[in-house]
Design a protein around this ligand. Sequence first.
Ligand code: SF4
Length: 314
Amino acid sequence: MSKHIFGPVPSRRFGRSLGIDLNKRKTCTLDCVFCQLGQTNHLTATREEFVPVETVLSEIREWLEKDGQADVLTFSGSGEPTLHPGLGRIIQGIRSLCTLDILLLTNGTLFDRESVRQAAKQADMVKYSLSAWDQESFEQINRPHPDISFSAMLKGLAAFRREFSGRLFQEVFVIPDINDQEEQMRRIAGLSEDIQPDRIQLNTAVRPPAQSWVKPVSREKLERLARCFDPPAEIIAEFRSERQSPTRINEERILDMLRRRPCTQEDIAHSFNLHPNEVAKSLGELVSQGKVQTTDKDGISYYIQNQSPGTPGD
Ligand code: SF4
């Protein structure tokens, strides 16, 4: 069973994404108040090989042989991927196995270390976060390990931009009463000019964050704040009204749907207005219970219900 890869899950921006998780839950250089993985259990700035490089590569190799249908491989999961000192070797290993795009989601806090930049620049796309404008706001929002400094992180990000020829995205997470004033956003915009990402994206807490007091700002406010950047930032927060009302996951309803016709994971997520990760988890359980199986058609994976003996066909 794969322990360090998950999905693929459909992503609005990057297509079907296979996740690669190099951390123990939850290990990070930061303990952001808005983190959707909950509080950081292991706050560290020390790189550590939480999982052997070969274990990750053999899971990817196996997935490529069995399925291999994705648009992008994404380093994300339960912590900060650049804490793994084998990140560069894993990317090189993936390059020798396939030609899929590689996306690294990082907080950028270790980019002042050359070895980390060397590893990260082998990805095709890198997305980092910058939601503070000085050490004080950094401590309030991102609650870093004591060895992480805001100014060193900024220098590291600027150095990375100079060395990295792939696509670089910056995410700004907006929190009411913390960083939702235009003056604060302009300061973040000023710092972004030194880094020169290809795109800047604004997000807010539309899903449950680590700290329950962290609420989302409105779309109208995000639109106003987006204009503090030149060119204006893109809004990537997916508000609930845009997702329609979510339905509680119900395996019986999924089985019922699959009894009628083969469906992709995305079909199910759309039908029930569910987050793709929730659907992936439920489908994984149904497959391991032998209730559902996958079949490929024209390069697309469909889920179908297993017909038990005596089950009437239609
Ligand atoms: S950097 Fe990412 S994983 Fe780490 S605490 Fe912040 S949001 Fe969570």
